[in-house]
Design a binder for this molecule. Sequence first.
Ligand code: NAD
Length: 412
Amino acid sequence: MTDKYMPTSYESSVAAACERLGYGPTIESLMSLAALELKVEIPVVRDNGELAIFTGYRVQHQNVRGPCKGGLRYHPGVDIREVRELAALMTMKTALADIPLGGGKGGIACNPHEMSQRELEVLTRKFVKRIHREIGPNSDIMAPDVGTNAQTMGWIHSEYSAIYGHSPAAVTGKPLALGGSPGRDKATGHGLGIVVAEYARLHDKPLKGATAVVQGFGNVGFHAAQALISLGVKVIAISDSRSAVHHGEGIDLAALSAQKRARGSLKDTDGHNPVEPDALFEIPCDYLVPAALGNAIHAGNAARLACRTVVEGANTPITAEADLMLRERGVTIIPDILANAGGVIVSYFEWVQNLQRQVWSLEKVDTELELILGNAARGVFAHAAEANLDLRSAAFDIAVRRVKEALDATGF
Ligand code: NAD
């Protein structure tokens, strides 16, 4: 076990759940300690001939309910604190979904947008060479996150299989041609739609004509916008890291996608008005979906949010302080460990398919996702109503209880 660390909103949510559930300080500490932390230095010869050294991390938080599971992030801001907190969050997410997996996370501090495909491939393969003894189908299974994609997972699969023999279950979010699952690409955003639909149904709030604003135009932001549009929601604004656009009648996702591909930005897409990215959260809407990076909503902007409900597409997009401010203002928050759990659930399906040498249809993936995520959502909404809790607290109660039950069952 490594030193205790102090994750922000995670730590306060776990501490409060342990108190409500009557668990002592030992259990609370266990929920906050990582089982293993790896830090590796990765030298890469850049295309210009210069040598660059990148720092990579992999944290395994808990494996009592199953192998550690979680994404790999490529971003300049990656550091051990962030990776620790995200690994712990994964333990809660897999427990809340009630799938037999634990929590892990990895990251490399780099800017993938300034690196060539060759450099990224070398970096990824060397990272696997450094950590391969600690990962694998029964210990720790990576997946895409910010700055990584199916191609990155394909390189991991290839490098790991070169050492251990064909091992598709060692990593998820792979290309379909390498044993990836149908529906994994859209899973996180699609799942967000399932959770919002369940929330709206339960609270008798029609989605047709409701409005949404989405921050982020990557895997989660794009597919969340698509899922909401297919539910009849009018997505009136969306952003990427450099631009934001507004369309009162609803954005044209296909046109924005084409513009992003052609120009690398959403700016100047026909029929869409530019918005200052900082003003995005101030646009009145029913659902605000932060789907970019952590801490996007903080004490400095929380008071200006003009939505009724925040749906956390990203992991930890709201600081602990802002969370409190929003709840005091009566803004509902659908927490990350529920709202974006679709990704890890379909990653679980991919792992199962790979272990059993099966290929599921997209229909089967979608049906099973709806079942598991729908159950998780109904469980959170019911517990929140019964215990008079906000949704994050209700979700953490359920997740912490499941991890504790598994620890107890080991004779701990
Ligand atoms: P991605 O790299 O595909 O996309 C990130 C997007 O965020 C990009 O469009 C980028 O331009 C945008 N962005 C960055 N900074 C921004 C800013 N300040 N304002 C607006 N946009 C900004 O990453 P992703 O996979 O979509 O992940 C997004 C979030 O969702 C992360 O918090 C990640 O941990 C979480 N998440 C991802 C998955 C998954 O399956 N990919 C699953 C669960 C949670």
